[in-house]
Structures are given as C-alpha cells and as structure tokens.
Design a protein around this ligand. Structure first.
Ligand SMILES: O=C1O[C@H](COP(=O)(O)O)[C@@H](O)[C@H](O)[C@H]1O
Length: 230
C-alpha cells in the first residue's frame, strides 16, 4: 500500500509532487466540476506550494484549498499554516482558488470556534482530490501529536475537525480527523532530509500508534505515496 519515491533534490521533488497533485485536481474537476485539496503547514511544503501555485493548466477558480491542520493563531502570524499557503501558493494563477481556513478567530479552539470552522468547511466535496501530509520528527502528522489530549478523537472520531493540545505542539491546534483525511483520491506524505527518513523507518516498525501517530496513516489500508529527498 505504501509507494516510496525518492528524488535527488528539493526542486525535483517539488515539481514531481506538484505534477501528481495537479493531475488529481484536474481529474476531479473533469469528473465533478470541482476539486478540493488539503495541504500541510510547517516549513517543508513551501517549495512545493510555489510550484503548484504557478500551474496554469488548472482551473483554479474551481478549486477549494484547505489545511490538514492549523495552529490556533491569527492568519498574519508567522506560525500560521494559512499564512504559508497564502503567501507561497495562492499567488499568480492559484490566486483565484477559494481558500477555507481552519482558524476561525478567538483565543481558543472552543466548541463555538469548532462550530464556525465546521460550517465554513461545508462547501468541501465529501472526498478530497488530494491530501498532502507532512511529518514531524516526533512522529506527528497533521496535528495528531504524541500525548495529544484529543488524539483518540482525532484518530477515531468523525470530526470533521477536532481541537487538540499537546506538549510538543506549541499553540492549541485544530486538525481534520483521520477518517476525513483518508477520504481522498490521492494521499501523499511529503518529507525531506535524513532525519525524517529515519523517523519514517521508526514509524514503519512495530510500536504503539500513540507513540508515533503517523502510524495511524501508515497502517490505514489504503494507498499512499511517500515523496522524499535528502
Ligand atoms: O506543525 C506542523 O508540523 C508538521 C511538520 O512540519 P515541518 O516544519 O517539519 O515540515 C506539518 O506537517 C503540520 O502541518 C504542521 O502543523
């Protein structure tokens, strides 16, 4: 179920991942007239975002873009995953895409905030065209963090989104649930560098999901492609 692709450098990886995601988007638009993608934040996706956002062969006005997870911070914060998407991807041709943020204002991702985000997510089709996950060296993906106070709900609940706090997470977070992220035509794990390759090997070994929650995705019975470069 796990296809692993290695690339010589970051630019090549970004181009190949953008090609794969663009194909998924265009297939969904042809089939449904609309496509949605959920992307990760952090630092890794910046190059990929820049390449994807420049694609002129995508009818961006038919594309909904959201995040797999978000830090509960204002969109102007440098910690905001939305900020990364806005500044790196949704420029040029991709500026006509509709971005649906997960952060919906306020100090905390409380019940009211989650209800606001859930309402905002309603235009999303049931199935994403593509979901691009990242991974931290602690074995988290999306905001499925080791020690997360709502990890069980994030991994086994319906969601679509869950608020989660964890010792290694910094700010409170909001994350799509695993079941919602697995509802996708194309599932990708984008990691770079030797340390993350080692983390992936550890995650692929036996061990509790709670220790390295990315295992929940790796053990899900569905195809996923890992994109890696040194
Ligand atoms: O906090 C986060 O971290 C992970 C990994 O980020 P990276 O900086 O190591 O690339 C990311 O996948 C996730 O979306 C983000 O919220």
């Amino acid at each position: 179920m796990l296809d692993r692709k290695s690339f010589a450098d970051r630019d090549t990886l970004a181009a190949e991942l953008a090609e794969a995601v663009a194909s998924r988007i265009n297939e969904a638009i042809e089939r449904d007239g609309i496509a949605s993608v959920a992307v990760s934040g952090g630092s890794t996706p910046a190059r990929f975002f820049a390449v994807l956002g420049k694609r002129k062969d995508i009818a961006w006005e038919k594309v909904l873009v959201t995040l797999v997870d978000e830090r509960w911070v204002d969109e102007l914060s440098k910690r905001s995953n939305a900020n990364l998407v806005n500044t790196k991807m949704l420029q040029g041709p991709a500026a006509t895409a509709r971005f649906i943020p997960l952060y919906s204002g306020g100090e905390e991702p409380d019940a009211e905030a989650l209800a606001r985000t859930t309402e905002a997510l309603k235009p999303l089709p049931q199935t994403f065209a593509a979901v691009v996950l990242g991974m931290g060296n602690d074995g988290h993906t999306a905001s499925f963090f080791p020690g997360g106070d709502a990890l069980e709900d994030a991994l086994n609940g319906e969601g679509p989104v869950v608020a989660i706090r964890a010792p290694g997470a910094g700010e409170p977070r909001i994350t799509f649930t695993l079941s919602r992220l697995l509802a996708t035509d194309g599932l990708y794990l984008h990691i770079e560098g030797d340390e993350k390759a080692e983390t992936l090997e550890k995650a692929l070994a036996d061990g509790p999901v709670e220790d390295m929650p990315v295992r929940a995705v790796l053990r899900a019975e569905r195809p996923m492609t890992v994109y890696w470069c040194p």
